[in-house]
Design a protein. Structure first.
Length: 219
């Protein structure tokens, strides 16, 4: 998969590039609006990681221009702007996802995998494992075609596990995804509590597997 990173901070851009290349993605870097637009004109990318604030423009304007030109490449906007209106603006402009800074690497990689998988399946919004299915758009979960009710946190946790199907996620990674502050990360049993509740509601044997001493996975 070929990704374009548009980020005006060279150190941040390089760290992100190294992270993604370690995951076997091919990456190009653009440090400003002009360079990003030039690369998009020259090459075809599977996904664009687009920073909102650029020295010679802004990511939202670049996103709008790409869509006006008929470029349908998946775009994940990265921004410190956390206001709902900003997220809506990105989605309305044709963005595929929005992630607020600072973010955890595990969530970033999961969202990238989800977007690339979605692009490969014509933007299918349903994640599934056996008799379990989750619709990321309607936020509905079904077990054997019967709808079950989850709390927002339970839904987010299940979505992350399904996005990383057959991949073991550590308790710390799951805590990092669910919690917003360092002190909360110390409450190591928060993930175990949510996993217990998920298993009870899902009711499928061996759906969420415990990997002793490490964490959990959906098989």
């Amino acid at each position: 998969m070929y990704l374009l990173i548009v980020e005006d901070e060279p150190a941040v851009a390089q760290q992100l590039k190294e992270l993604l290349e370690a995951e076997k993605y091919r990456c190009d870097l653009a440090l400003d609006y002009k360079e990003a637009l030039s690369l998009c004109d020259e090459k075809h990318y599977d996904l664009i990681l687009l920073d909102w604030n650029l020295p010679d423009g802004d990511g939202l304007s670049l996103l709008k221009l790409l869509r006006e030109e008929g470029d349908s490449t998946a775009v994940l906007m990265l921004s410190a702007n956390s206001e709902v209106d900003d997220r809506v603006s990105v989605l309305d402009a044709g963005g595929d996802d929005y992630l607020c800074k600072p973010y955890s690497n595990i969530e970033l990689l999961a969202r990238i995998r989800a977007l690339l998988r979605r692009e490969g399946n014509q933007k299918n919004t349903v994640l599934s494992a056996g008799a379990l299915s989750l619709d990321t758009k309607s936020r509905e979960v079904f077990v054997k075609e019967e709808k079950i009710t989850l709390s927002p946190t339970e839904f987010d946790l299940l979505e992350l596990l399904l996005q990383n199907r057959n991949i073991v996620l550590t308790r710390y990674q799951l805590n990092e995804y669910l919690c917003q502050d360092y002190n909360s990360l110390k409450l190591s049993n928060i993930v175990d509590v949510h996993i217990k509740n998920l298993r009870k509601k899902i009711g499928l044997e061996n759906c969420i597997v415990t990997v002793r001493g490490v964490g959990y996975k959906i098989s």
